[in-house]
Design a protein around this ligand. Structure first.
Ligand code: SAH
Length: 447
């Protein structure tokens, strides 16, 4: 195989980043923006020892699963990767990839008992748009694949329709008032991201402007205008972030107008959410996922549940009426504050929450003699560490529900537990992120 050479191949699979996999001259080649089943001509753009990256030159025979992308900025925008694949084929490919990860990275032979899905468009309740400048005008959208170049998008097909008019209003106001996009290299400028989160069940929206300085010209006027323009906007918040790395949210929040939290209803409960609190972006699917975890755990009234990485308490609180006692642990203080308020406002009296690193807390709770009957592990993408898993093992709960947005680390962690006395008894995949390469999985491990 030669760099820049042109070859023909059939796309047989999808990588975990959503690229098509094809082969030529015995080498696997990854090509973006193609579909499983396409026969393609591609050009090799990067040649490595055992694999290569290619660029689509010509679609020779389209896959039977090909559909129109429908989005004017696909595939320039890096948000979606599977827009030209039918949603059924996408869901099947992601379920297969998840199973393969458990096999390859955990040595675990699992078959998902179910692939939970919902609609593939307008499912997100949250968008964080990076801001850039085009001529004299501010623009916002999403980053191009593996880059910090902003591809302007106003109405993204994954977001609710009422985000675009808000975004346009903010950008027009910012352009008129001389806002400058923040430049991470020079540390100059102010506006970084426009963060809009919605409660679908409450029809509320909270606008958070992520800026390098809390002194954003005219922001009080804008906040009033936004709340008049869209009565669903319950508040406008400034979030100060002067960091030069990729962390999106800063620690300092100031409510400019209205409320500093958003409310939504999930699993029959009302939740308050600070901009800094994690909340699943696909609430319809989150409810299905949490219900599945509960079905796996089969809670009993006399049992104790430990909910590690609990965020604003959504999982533990949605199961609290079926358990005797619930303890939640989470590292973000605003989320723990929300979790406590969420327990109170829903009349839940058997739940306690601690702001702490999950591993430190699990170890301390174990040492203090806590013996939960069930543990929920819902870590971020990097998964759990062995301190956390060892503490859970020492607590010896009857059941562990593992929920993860990264099947690679979930496979590693599930393998660790299954080599130390736990058996995987249930396993399902849930597509919370249609049109992207990501999805969630949920497992039940029993002693
Ligand atoms: N279970 C919640 C949140 C899951 S996301 C829900 O379903 O809504 C993962 C959560 O882990 C986030 O809230 C994140 O803030 C938290 N987190 C990340 N690192 C952590 C750590 N070391 N200890 C405790 N919580 C952590």
């Amino acid at each position: 195989m030669e760099k820049n050479g042109r070859y023909i191949g059939v796309v047989t699979g999808l990588t975990h980043e959503g690229m098509g996999v094809t082969r030529a001259e015995g080498i696997a080649v990854f090509v973006p923006a193609v579909c499983v089943g396409d026969e393609i001509e591609f050009q090799v753009v990067k040649l490595l020892k055992n694999y290569a990256y290619g660029r689509l030159v010509r679609l020779i025979t389209p896959s039977k699963d090909r559909v129109a992308a429908e989005c004017p900025v696909f595939p320039k925008c890096g948000g979606c990767v599977t827009r030209t694949l039918s949603y059924e084929a996408e869901a099947a490919a992601k379920c297969k990839n998840t199973e393969e990860n458990f096999k390859k990275l955990g040595g675990l032979d699992l078959q998902a008992e179910e692939m939970l899905t919902h609609r593939p468009d307008r499912y997100r309740n949250k968008a964080i748009y990076p801001v850039a400048k085009e001529g004299e005008k501010l623009v916002a959208g999403f980053y191009a694949q593996r880059s910090h170049r902003v591809i302007p998008v106003s109405d993204c097909l994954l977001q609710p329709e009422n985000f675009a008019p808000l975004l346009e209003k903010i950008l027009a106001f910012g352009s008129q008032n001389g806002w400058k996009p923040f430049d991470r290299e020079t540390g100059k400028g102010d506006i970084r991201h426009i963060f809009i989160r919605a409660g679908f069940a409450t029809d509320q929206r909270l606008v958070t402007l992520i800026t390098a300085s809390l002194d954003l010209p005219g922001v009080e006027i804008l906040a009033k205008e936004l709340m008049n323009f869209d009565p669903g906007v319950v508040g406008v918040v400034l979030c100060e972030n002067r960091r030069k790395d990729n962390v999106l949210l800063g620690e300092k929040l100031v409510t400019v107008a209205g409320k500093g939290v958003l409310e939504d209803r999930l699993c029959g409960l009302t939740f308050s959410l600070s901009p800094r609190s994690f909340y699943q972006v696909n609430p319809v699917m989150a409810e299905k996922l949490y219900k599945k975890a509960k079905e796996f755990l089969v809670p009993k009234k006399e049992e104790l549940l430990l909910d590690l990485y609990c965020g604003a308490g959504t999982i533990g609180l949605s199961m609290a009426e079926d358990y005797g006692r619930v303890i939640g642990v989470e590292i973000i203080s605003e989320a723990i504050q929300n979790a406590k308020e969420n327990a109170a406002r829903n009349g839940i009296e058997n739940a306690e929450f601690f702001c702490m690193d999950a591993s430190v807390a699990a170890k301390r709770l174990e040492e203090s003699g806590l013996r939960p009957d069930a543990v929920v592990l819902d870590p971020p993408r990097k998964g759990c560490d062995t301190t956390c898993l060892d503490a859970v093992l020492a607590m010896a709960p009857q059941k562990i529900a593992m929920i993860s947005c990264n099947s690679a680390t979930a496979a590693r962690d599930a393998a660790y537990l299954s080599e130390r006395g736990y058996r995987i008894t249930r396993f399902a995949v849930a597509d919370l992120f249609p049109r992207t390469a990501h999805c969630e999985c949920v497992l039940c491990l029993e002693r």
